[in-house]
Write a protein that binds this ligand. Structure first.
Ligand code: SAM
Length: 290
C-alpha cells in the first residue's frame, strides 16, 4: 500500500485546525503538517496551545484570539492573510467554532475572498454521539445550557418536540442540577453522560434521565469534562400529546379539580380515552394521598 503523505502546499489563507480533546495522539498528520508550516497560529490561550505544540515539537508565533479580543484581533489576522501570510486557527481543544470562537473570522475571511479550509479532527460532541448508543440519524447540538435552573428548564422544554437526539456540553459541577432540570422538562427519556472522552478515565453512563438524575443527585458532581446526549421523545400520538405531557397536564389539573373533572378535562384536551385518563388520575392521587 502506498505511504500516506501529507504534502499539502501551505498557501496564504486561513486554516481551521482541530486538535485533540484529551489524548494527544489524536492529532491528524494533516493538522501537524499545517501547524508546522503556517506563518502564525491564532489560539484561545497561548500558554495552553504552546504546551500542545511543544508536545509535537512545533514552534510558531502565537496570537491570542478569543471572545473578548476577537473584534480587535480580526482585522490584524485578515490583514496578515491579505499580505500573503498563512494563519491557523485552533481552540484550546477540539474543533474551533464548535462552542468556541472563530465563526466571525471564518465569515470575514470567506467574504474577503481568502482561501479558507478546515483540517477536521476531534470534537467532543461527535465523540459522545459515537459512544452514547442513542440514535444519531438526527441530532441537535445545543452548546451549553443556561446556568440558572428556570432558564435551563425553558431551554429544555423548547426542544420537547424536536424529533432528534439532543447533544450538549455541561460543566461537571452543574451536571446534577442540569440533569434534574432535564428530567423535569423532558421526562424519563434515554440519555448518556459521556465524561473524560479519549482520556484515562473515560466513562459513558447510560440510563433514563430519571436514573441519571438520581445517580448524580446521590453521587454528586463528577470530575472532568462532560457531554450529555438525550434521546428524542416518544413519537407523538395522533392527539399530538405524549404520555409524559398528558401526565403533566393531569397533575396540574388535579391541583384544581376533582379526579372526575380533571379526567374529563384532560381527555377532552388530549383526545385520549376518558377511562384511561381517569385510571391514571386515580393512580396519581393514590400515590399522592399515600
Ligand atoms: N470545540 C470543542 C469541541 O470540538 O469539542 C468544545 C469546546 S467547549 C468550550 C468545551 C466543552 O466540551 C467542555 O466543557 C465539555 O463539555 C466538552 N468537552 C471537551 N473535551 C471533552 C472531553 N474530553 N470529554 C468530555 N467532554 C469534553
Amino acid at each position: 500500500m502506498a505511504e500516506i503523505r501529507c504534502d499539502q502546499k501551505i498557501v496564504s489563507g486561513l486554516y481551521v485546525v482541530a486538535t485533540p480533546i484529551g489524548n494527544l495522539a489524536d492529532i491528524s498528520s494533516r493538522a501537524r503538517h499545517v501547524l508546522s508550516n503556517v506563518d502564525m497560529i491564532a489560539c484561545e490561550d497561548t500558554r495552553l496551545t504552546a504546551k500542545l505544540l511543544t508536545a509535537y515539537l512545533i514552534k510558531k508565533p502565537l496570537l491570542p484570539y478569543h471572545e473578548h479580543n476577537g473584534a480587535h484581533q480580526r482585522p490584524k489576522l485578515l490583514a496578515a492573510i491579505a499580505e500573503g501570510k498563512s494563519v491557523a486557527l485552533v481552540s484550546d481543544a477540539g474543533t474551533p467554532l464548535i462552542s468556541d470562537p472563530g465563526f466571525k473570522l471564518v465569515a470575514e475571511a470567506q467574504d474577503a475572498g481568502h482561501f479558507v479550509t478546515s483540517i477536521p479532527g476531534p470534537c467532543a460532541a461527535i465523540t459522545a454521539l459515537s459512544l452514547a448508543g442513542l440514535p444519531t440519524d438526527r441530532f441537535l447540538f445545543m452548546g451549553f445550557p443556561p446556568v440558572k435552573s428556570q432558564a435551563r428548564q425553558t431551554w429544555f422544554t423548547g426542544e420537547e418536540h424536536t424529533p432528534a437526539s439532543l447533544v450538549f456540553y455541561e460543566s461537571a459541577k452543574r451536571l446534577p442540577d442540569c440533569l434534574k432540570d432535564a428530567y423535569a422538562s423532558l421526562g424519563p427519556r434515554p440519555a448518556a453522560v459521556c465524561r473524560e472522552l479519549t482520556k484515562k478515565f473515560e466513562e459513558v453512563r447510560r440510563g433514563t434521565l430519571e436514573e441519571l438524575s438520581a445517580h448524580y443527585a446521590e453521587a454528586g458532581s463528577p470530575k472532568g469534562e462532560v457531554v450529555v446526549v438525550i434521546g428524542a421523545g416518544e413519537k407523538h400520538k395522533s392527539s399530538g400529546t405524549t404520555e409524559f405531557e398528558t401526565e403533566k397536564l393531569l397533575k396540574v389539573s388535579l391541583e384544581h379539580m376533582s379526579v372526575k373533572s380533571a379526567a374529563a378535562f384532560v381527555a377532552e384536551l388530549t383526545g385520549e380515552r376518558k377511562k384511561d385518563i381517569y385510571n391514571k388520575a386515580l393512580e396519581l392521587t393514590g400515590a399522592r394521598d399515600g
